[in-house]
Design a protein around this ligand. Sequence first.
Ligand code: HEM
Length: 437
Amino acid sequence: MTDTQDKRVQVDISKCPLHEVDTFGPEFLQDPHPFYARLRAEAPVYRDPKNNVVYVSTYDLIRQVNTQPKLFSNRFAEQLRSGSTEQQDPDEVEIIKQGWIVADTMLTADPPQHTRYRKLAMKAFTYRRVLQMTAYVEELVESLIDELPESGRIEFKSEFANKLPMYVIADALGVPREHFDQFEEWSNAFLVQLGGVAAKEERLWAAGKIVEFQKYFVEVIERKRANPTEDVISDLVHADLSEEGDDRKMTYEELLSILQQLLVAGNETTAHTLTAGLYFLLTHPEQLDALSADPTLVKNFVEETLRFLSPTNNMWRVATADTEIGGEPIRKNDLILVRYGSGNRDEAKFADADRFDMLRTNAKEHLAFGGGIHTCLGSQLARKELQTAFPILLRRLKNIRLDPPDQALRFLPSILLRGVFALDVAFEKAPAPAERE
Ligand code: HEM
């Protein structure tokens, strides 16, 4: 058995023909790694006859796709919409009509539009701004730990991991942390939409929540338009597109698109990395001891966690012309799934790739943040949160352990995101540092 995260669900896909594997099914999504291994060995570029999607699964070929944005476009939202009959569900359309049809801005745009929006959003998350956040993130981590119950038993994801990135993004955007529950629901609603496997009832719920999100943020946008404040939304509302060759401010459709990307991309991925990272540590006691003894190892530990989990496990591309990848013919308008989760377990790049090893020397070369022009805009921010959180958690949550001890991670049934449901842990809480009391 490989050292994969889930030990409860074992899908035997070792012998059956590749096309018999239900790659969008919840059971498959619990542990796709055995299938990824077969794809890399047997068909690194594989056209699934069930859905005509082309899977690209090796490290080198994924990089090849990511470095040719003209040939492999990110305008997949349009393609996914037009290819899906579910999107035309009249009940869903009725709900969507109450909100705004958002523009394709960063993730779902190509140059020159992509370049223009990304430049504006980057200003909000510059390397310098993130560097200045160290003390603030430390303080936030400490205060979240202060709030944990003295009983020393928690569900780590909901009581810590979801909150840290959500509070950071709420503060950066300039919206109150008290609306946390709503942000969380909205974030989940976007994931239902992106995951592409939800039942009708869930999709209708998600559509309603997304309209709620839009109405909330349109109000915020209006307030900040009238009274500028020191935050990302205010910066974006007042950003001048004339510098970018367009003499105007951004519309609701553009602003909402950027805000929804920051909300979803910023929260879910980081929360799952925090949760899974802790699980990897607790199931590798020698690495837990090493990191507790030497917190400077945290940088590489975080990179290895990102490689091993690959929170954004897959991402879409659309071919803009007839071409080839790795010698396999690709046709114009083909939908392509770049399988980051597979590239990150490619033995040709990472020796003993199914083993979690925080001392791995090339861990940082992972594909967890993508690559090329769409490389994660929040990678520095995510690293800051992750690198700050773990040493403080290990210092303050003494003898942290799985409780119950034999639990395995359960993964969300999403194609794009490799996310986890929950992690129950126990510990003895150490007091906050004296200077903060
Ligand atoms: C562990 C945390 C994170 C992971 C694993 C992650 C992963 C990724 C990946 C793989 C992409 C590239 C998608 C593609 O190939 O098209 C991406 C793009 C993006 N990420 Fe992240 N992300 C994380 C955290 C964040 C945070 C904290 C933010 C916001 C502050 C953020 C904002 C974005 C945005 C806006 C894009 C689109 C960039 C573009 O298209 O130019 N991400 N992320």
